[in-house]
Design a binder for this molecule. Sequence first.
Ligand SMILES: Nc1ncnc2c1ncn2[C@@H]1O[C@H](COP(=O)(O)OP(=O)(O)OP(=O)(O)O)[C@@H](O)[C@H]1O
Ligand SMILES: [Mg+2]
Length: 253
Amino acid sequence: MADAPQTDPRPRVELRGISKHFGEGERRVDALAGIDLTVRAGEMIGLRGPSGSGKSTLLNVVGCVSEPSAGWMRLDGDVVYDARWLRHDLRRLRLMKIGFIFQTHNLLPFLNATENVAEAMELAGMSSRQARTRADGLLDYLEVGHRRHAYPGEMSGGEAQRVAIARALANGPRIILADEPTAPLDSARAHVVLDLLGRIARDHEAAVLVVTHDESIFQRFDRLISLRDGRLVATEEIGRAAGLAAEASLPTP
Ligand SMILES: Nc1ncnc2c1ncn2[C@@H]1O[C@H](COP(=O)(O)OP(=O)(O)OP(=O)(O)O)[C@@H](O)[C@H]1O
Ligand SMILES: [Mg+2]
């Protein structure tokens, strides 16, 4: 039996009592109501729940796009929110630590695959030449290197999604957030994307959080978390974690 991969056991995401409401008075909506959650390096978590249960809001809070209303949040070892933002450089934090993957890719139509990925690195200060070399390496890693010269309008849905994942990985993020990344893909392509995200979690020691309604991929996660009315109502240990635990308990020959 192969050795278990050595992953950094430190949490990448820690949330304590995170709440978020929109509006005030009669119009107030409690989108998140006291979320406690820890996601470790190498873990891939599925997030499910009915429409309006707070899934996207949770990703936006973890991604430092949306400000919580209360609670405490630590990302990659740094406390970034404690009843207020503790960091003034949230844009840079997002650029360097967080990779976003959306339901429909957010590639720039006038840049080819290499340029789309390289642009994110250039924003972080890398030279254009170095960024392009690294971008091509990432496209190869995601098995879409043969499409490096293609523009988004010339790619299939699955290809565009893999280029978008390469872009999300550009600056080596510790936290990868994906909001229904497989929704526009057929089942086979959805599984390819999930395989890639699982591999990224391990290879890059990243925490990966994936919002999904797709029951056919629920078994691919380490944990499946259910949200309802802004609360975490259930956590299932499944897929890879349960598989590893079962493997670990087998008698060694
Ligand atoms: N910018 C906003 N202003 C006001 N209310 C908002 C805003 N964003 C979200 N909400 C509300 O917060 C609640 C949670 O929304 P959220 O988008 O997180 O749900 P979701 O679980 O992602 O749903 P879906 O599965 O439909 O994408 C909903 O009641 C929604 O209407
Ligand atoms: Mg949503």
